[in-house]
Design a binder for this molecule. Sequence first.
Ligand SMILES: Nc1ncnc2c1ncn2[C@@H]1O[C@H](COP(=O)(O)OP(=O)(O)O)[C@@H](O)[C@H]1O
Ligand SMILES: [Mg+2]
Length: 216
Amino acid sequence: MIEFYNVSADIDGRNILRDISFRIVQGEFAYITGPSGAGKSTVLRLIYMDLIPNEGMVIIDKYSSAKIKNKEIPILRRRLGVIFQDFKLLPDRNVYDNVAFALRVTGVKGAAVKRKVLRVLAEVNLGHKRNRFPVELSGGEQQRVAIARAIVNNPFIVLADEPSGNLDEQASFEILNILEKINRQGTAVLMATHDNTILKRYPHRVIKIKEGLLNK
Ligand SMILES: Nc1ncnc2c1ncn2[C@@H]1O[C@H](COP(=O)(O)OP(=O)(O)O)[C@@H](O)[C@H]1O
Ligand SMILES: [Mg+2]
């Protein structure tokens, strides 16, 4: 489902990742850990093909980094749900429209939009805040909107780049509870974090990166 074969990646001519190989299987929950600057976000960028390896190959679903065409990358990304430390919500749209937007760009129309948006907002316990704007929400609530938006297209995996990095402990635990619930429903989760409290409290497979190499 996700396979890295001896992947090396450079950014602006500087080598960031070297000879990385691992795979994530269907329905798995795994962490990518390592100190700041280790290359965690770069691994996630390789998965959503914001970056193409200099050497080796990344296989995501039926797409290979060696063969994918530029016009296929948005189609691949619809199969992935991505969330970030800074939420990246649209500030001028309410909660409902932030989620509906992600659905409409994939061509979903009419009553199906409302049904799907309300279903995922219920999943993240935010149905009652559907008319609020991001600025009216706590950080934890904003991240839950981002999760709803990430899962509304039924991705096979959620990629989470330090999703609790801006949140207090209570809000972080809520995010992890939701990610675990999504995972129990069959969606794989790959989460970059360096938060040891989370790793201990929510134990899952750990993929360690240090200075661009998998730490075995
Ligand atoms: N857009 C970029 N331009 C230049 N260097 C970058 C860029 N993105 C990441 N890097 C460098 O790549 C290395 C790994 O970064 P990153 O993957 O963001 O690490 P992490 O997410 O583990 O903190 C760091 O040394 C960082 O400075
Ligand atoms: Mg990072």
